[in-house]
Design a protein around this ligand. Structure first.
Ligand code: 13P
Ligand code: SF4
Length: 308
């Protein structure tokens, strides 16, 4: 069976839109209607008039799409495609934490569950985090969760004294600083660019720090440069499509990592076959209890409003 042809047929038959994150495998990115970062994908999910949203990403992303478009069918190719950051923040523990600091505004990175969003005042993504934090009056204390690395980066950029949740992304914490420095010594004319989910010692080496779309735009804006890319390796596909002549090297991971470059095994659970199956069967679907959805929608809508 020609899966690409069949997926295209199902897309028409079901009036479906395929949204894919930059960390998806190349063949999924290539068949998607839209490929983007977390903010762009949630904007697309809010605006689409399709009947079915096929979310080629991880669970929290599909959940955000369902929160924004409750009347649409939202399918995720593999229900087990989770996220270490989202897993690092259990709702019962987080609720106790927020209750212990009732004067704090709660800002959560979009990489968290619907239950956590329902406990938040504003959601942010890596592309708008600084803007969202700066939108909070200077004398108001802030809780930032779940990514401590992104939180530390925001503190360094805004000077805000935020209370950080102790969560992190396994992929961005897998980069080896020793190997990165050795690689940069070997290729001194390459510029290091990094995602802010990376640890501070990695960010300190970077010529540019930004979200996945920010990193792609930076590469496009510097056609004469070469880059070492410190984020999930799937992004190299889009970078290379946009800039076929730019030389790119994925940042190296620590010895004990399963692959030489950093790949998110959650993102890579989605395959073309599973994408086809979920469209055909309209399953697995994402559902969010209405009470949680209504509460989670408020901080997401605030973010989208502030990001216009
Ligand atoms: P962005 O694409 O928004 O930068 O997020 C990166 C990420 O880790 C998604 O899981
Ligand atoms: Fe979560 Fe990290 Fe994978 Fe993104 S790359 S989905 S933050 S584990």
């Amino acid at each position: 069976m020609d899966l690409v042809k069949e997926i295209k047929r199902l897309k028409k038959e079901k009036n479906a839109v395929i949204l894919a994150h930059y960390y998806q495998v190349a063949e999924i990115q290539d068949i998607a209607d839209y490929v983007g970062d977390s903010l762009q994908l949630s904007q697309q999910a809010a605006e689409t008039d399709a009947d079915m949203i096929v979310f080629a990403g991880v669970h929290f992303m599909a959940e955000t799409a369902k929160i924004l478009s409750p009347d649409k069918i939202v399918v995720l190719p593999d229900l087990k495609a989770g996220c270490s950051l989202a897993d690092s923040c259990p709702p019962e523990v987080f609720e106790k934490f927020t209750k212990a600091h009732p004067d704090h505004v709660v800002i959560t990175y979009v990489n968290c569950s619907a239950e956590i969003k329902a406990l938040s005042d504003i959601v942010c993504t890596s592309s708008n985090a600084i803007k969202i934090v700066n939108s909070v009056p200077k004398d108001t204390p802030i809780i930032f969760a779940p990514d401590k690395n992104l939180g530390k980066y925001i503190i360094s950029q805004t000077g805000r004294d935020m209370l950080l949740w102790d969560g992190s992304c396994i992929v961005h914490e897998a980069f080896s600083i020793d190997k990165l420095i050795a690689l940069h010594k070997k290729y001194p004319d390459y510029k290091i660019i990094a995602h802010p989910e990376s640890e501070t010692h990695i960010l300190d080496t970077a010529a540019y720090i930004g979200s996945t779309s920010g990193m792609i735009n930076f590469v496009k804006a510097h056609p004469k440069e070469k880059f070492i890319v410190a984020t999930e390796a799937g992004i190299l596909h889009k970078m290379q499509q946009e800039m076929p002549h730019t030389e790119l090297i994925p940042a190296p991971a620590k010895e004990d990592n399963t692959c030489a470059c950093s790949e998110c095994h959650f993102m890579k659970m989605n395959t073309l076959q599973k994408l086809y199956d979920c469209m055909l069967n309209e399953s697995p679907q994402i559902d969010v209890p209405e009470e949680i959805r209504k509460k989670a929608l408020i901080p997401i809508a605030r973010m989208l409003e502030l990001s216009k």
